[in-house]
Design a protein around this ligand. Structure first.
Ligand SMILES: *Cc1c(COP(=O)(O)O)cnc(C)c1O
Length: 230
């Protein structure tokens, strides 16, 4: 895609976000639009940066680490990690991320904390599994407040900011995000200022905004289709 096309897609998406927010009485300025660049080359991030993008999302540790090594001089970029995390990758994730959206178990939180216990707090979201498949990423909703307690009281170098989810296929996104909002409320009974909600992708950001999302994770609507990977 040419930079002109990329600019047009970004502007179009931002206009749609603006309209979605306004139509439910929300201030578009309270939304953070993260551009998910997974599978695309680092060069795309350079071009997005030139267009003013400062929040970038990745979902694989090796790819994130490689892109950061390739792009040491991008000013002001916040690197969001949005993918599933194997505990053994926690150290590398912590080293390369400004915000982690996918904390879903005590052991992972412990490993992220142990990776840099005296560092300034790392912003984290607690990921909620809204599917019926326990093998998918995320804590089941009933376990989220216990996870919040664990992170808040045992992992001093992590700051619980809110909840995150991917809407399951075959479910109305509005219903899924309403459940996520409930999980967020349960987290706030433990951490009152955990007001963030990471929800909404290319196909469902309007529903997420209506349900209270603060952080949108948008990939293909901006970048076009992802290159195929195995
Ligand atoms: C890839 C990905 C996105 C972006 O998805 P699009 O449908 O391309 O917007 C958002 N969140 C997570 C967790 C992802 O892995």
């Amino acid at each position: 895609m040419t930079t002109v096309d990329l600019h047009a897609r970004l502007a179009d998406l931002d206009a749609r976000i603006f309209d979605a927010a306004r139509s439910v009485g929300r201030d578009p300025l309270e939304l953070t639009r993260i551009v998910v660049t997974k599978f695309h080359p680092a060069e795309l991030i350079t071009r997005l940066h030139e267009l003013g993008v400062r929040d970038v999302g990745e979902s694989r540790q090796q790819e994130l680490t490689a892109k950061r090594d390739e792009l040491p001089n991008l000013d002001g970029v916040q690197w969001h990690f949005v993918g599933q995390i194997q505990t053994k990758k926690a150290r590398a994730i912590r080293a390369a991320s400004d915000c982690v959206h996918s904390v879903d178990r005590d052991r992972l939180a412990d490993a992220l904390h142990a990776a840099d216990p005296d560092a300034p707090p790392l912003d984290v979201f607690l990921q909620v599994n809204l599917t019926d498949d326990p093998g998918r990423g995320g804590a089941v909703p009933a376990d989220v407040s216990a996870l919040a307690e664990h992170v808040a009281f045992s992992c001093a170098s992590l700051r619980v900011r809110g909840v995150m989810a991917v809407a399951p296929l075959g479910v109305e996104p509005a219903d899924a995000f309403a459940r996520l909002a409930e999980a967020g409320a349960s987290v706030r009974r433990v951490v009152p200022d955990a007001t963030w909600m990471s929800a909404g992708m290319s196909g469902d950001f309007a529903e997420a905004i209506a349900a209270g999302a603060t952080h949108l994770r948008i990939g293909s609507a901006i970048t076009g289709p992802r290159p195929v990977r195995d």
